[in-house]
Design a protein around this ligand. Sequence first.
Ligand code: KG4
Ligand code: ZN
Length: 340
Amino acid sequence: MNFLAIETSCDETSVAIFTEALEVRAHLVASQTDLHARFRGVVPEVAARAHLQRLLPLIDEALRTAGLRVNDIGCVAVLNTPGLVGALLVGVSAAKMLAVALEVPLVAANHLEAHIYACRLAAGRDIFPCVGLVVSGGHTSLFRCRSALDFELLGGTIDDAAGEAFDKVAALLGLGFPGGPAVEREARGGDPTAHAFPRAFWHDDRLSFSFSGLKTAVLYALHGKNVAEGPPPPPGKARADLAASFQQAVIDVLVAKCRQALRRTGLERLAVGGGVAANQTLRVQLEKMARECSAELFIPPLTLCTDNAAMAAIAVEKWRRGDFAPLDLDAEPTYLPRRP
Ligand code: KG4
Ligand code: ZN
């Protein structure tokens, strides 16, 4: 049985085709980075229009890549929450029309749960129960994942998401968009101990995150306390030190909160997903912490960390249960933790 999955929650249009045995037969991602770069961030209307233009050609290409015809699709899956509502609407509308036209079931899945499911997909074996950390441009959330479809929110950010902080600091440093990979590259030449940036909730029992103060601290280090914003610094050691110290502050908190969540839940597996999980320094430091805690760490390869439709393979779990979406399915911009 072939599933066709659609992801359009933010600035990547993505289509995947996989089987119920989780064999991925096609996986395409059309990134919009070039469209948003000059705005230094994702512009929702630009994103929605680009999905509208790109989605059907991408579906066509995915079918050709898999060597399938549209009638070979037995189920349509879509990530309908959370995300930019205009962007989500494009994917949800397309998925509903396809399901109706093909007379096959429609399955709706949650984008955050799908980010964790990317770990299951990459591992090729069960990873549940586990602690799940979703660390992306829109979210920094810790979950107790009892199973693929039973998530309890343990804590999250009270302001910016970690990826958002990477993007904003990249803009302050004049490093371009998207910020994560640019800050990571810049940080390689810097000293992570050069600046003692704040680490919110670091030694606190709460499984909470806050990154907006850190962003302001980078601004102050750059321009002093009385300047709102100024020109970016020139390339060189000082800029690299700021990038490295900022990155280390984010990583220290993410690693500490994962350690606390493992201790608190008694779970022995940690699954990490979302765009920031592509960061190599974070991956290495999570590995070290997991070893110290005798926990098993699951992080997908880079293509499954950032937004993608293959992670919508979580729809297979819903399909097995007959948990189909109604045809009046809506796009939900915010995430509401499910009550088990
Ligand atoms: O999961 P994702 O593709 O989209 C959302 O669901 O938000 O995550 C995008 C975020 C962006 O903020 C981007 O700057 C960040 O992930 N990111 C990184 C890296 N690659 C992407 N952050 C740090 N280091 C990276 N290598
Ligand atoms: Zn995402």
